[in-house]
Design a protein around this ligand. Structure first.
Ligand SMILES: [Ca+2]
Ligand SMILES: [Ca+2]
Length: 180
């Protein structure tokens, strides 16, 4: 059984994926995030199609996991908890893949870094519209020349989901608790 610290973080993660803020995760969140992301990056038709397909695939693989319809917070948390209980190594592997895939799409110029613009567009696309808080979140990574390496961002998110030790800080948890 995952500890309270982990479950609290998983609930924050669930909330962060409720793009349209209606209290549940559904196909509407997928549609809103992928179209906002594509529009804000002003992608041409071919690129937009690829990105939208990548978004859909990510949601299906890591959030819906073969289910259709809505995913409740309880279902989301219990799916994570079941994976964690079944095989911790595989759980970490799955979450690593989840965020590698996610930030690969967010890194639109493929320079293996996330710029402030890429970061802000991603968070706005996911319904986190408060630019001041999003910027503070990005700055918490201590960007060098305005960039944070993909590795550093991905690691912080893996730790957000799999980290068991409440005494360690989490950039992602702190940001969501600040209202991002
Ligand atoms: Ca929703
Ligand atoms: Ca980039």
């Amino acid at each position: 059984m995952a500890n309270d610290y982990m479950v609290a973080k998983w609930k924050l993660w669930y909330k962060s994926l409720d793009v349209n803020h209606d209290g549940k995760i559904s196909i509407e969140d997928v549609e809103e995030s992928r179209s906002k992301f594509s529009n804000m990056h002003q992608l041409d038709e071919a690129k937009s199609k690829t990105v939208q397909d990548n978004f859909t695939q990510w949601w299906n693989d890591f959030v819906f996991r073969g289910k259709t319809g809505e995913i409740s917070e309880e279902e989301f948390v219990s799916a994570l908890n079941n994976d964690y209980k079944a095989d911790k190594g595989k759980f970490v592997e799955g979450i690593t893949k989840c965020f590698n895939t996610f930030f690969d799409v967010i890194d639109t110029n493929k320079d293996r870094s996330i710029s402030e613009e890429e970061f802000l567009i991603a968070f706005k696309a996911y319904g986190h519209e408060n630019v001041a808080l999003d910027t503070k979140f990005f700055q918490a990574y201590n960007p060098v020349d305005g960039l944070v390496s993909l590795r550093q961002i991905v690691d912080s998110w893996i730790d957000f989901v799999v980290g068991e030790d409440a005494s360690k800080g989490s950039i992602v948890k702190t940001a969501f608790e600040s209202g991002v």
